[in-house]
Design a protein around this ligand. Sequence first.
Ligand code: IDP
Length: 187
Amino acid sequence: GQRGKSSLPHARERTLIAVKPDGVQRRLIGQIIQRFEQRGFKLVGMKMLQVSVSEMNAFTMSVCNSSVTVDVSVVKVSEDLLSQHYSELRAKPFYPSLLYYMTSGPVVVMVWEGHNVVQTSRTMVGTTNPTEAQPGTVRGDFSTHVSRNVVHASDSLEGAKREIQLWFQGQELLNWDCCDQKSISEV
Ligand code: IDP
């Protein structure tokens, strides 16, 4: 297995976790934070914000298989953040309604650090579609439909790096020592 120096960078691995608007509305922030704390990960950044959309006066989204045009002209600026965050999904039919959902209320974005945190948090969060998510996962315990799956977790090391840079300024992330670190990881 990995010993000594080779495992060093992994203990400092970071990922982006976000409680989406439905999770905030449903008062799940605390329970989600608790799961990452009790697992042994370290919180190094956290903030609450509401993202708004620009350059979208109206869009059509599909609700229960019928098209509905939604006027979002009252919602303003900052498309950048979400369109970059979800850049790979731009061509998907659900993309407009995803933006609408993600801008519908506050989100809580967090950066968690620890050994293998990217992969482990994907396991803790569960599959994208809650229908398949195992009980014990966040999505498997708190959600039923893919369009309201409560939480976001970066899906790769590169994705995590990109998303952390997108959502956080460098000085918003803290390097601090957890007093129990030696009991949680060898490094
Ligand atoms: P992930 O959040 O598990 O990484 P992605 O495929 O990156 O999954 O999708 C991002 C988000 O887009 C999902 O978490 C979910 O909120 C939404 N989404 C994905 N697929 C669908 C769909 O088929 N209908 C509605 N929303 C979807």
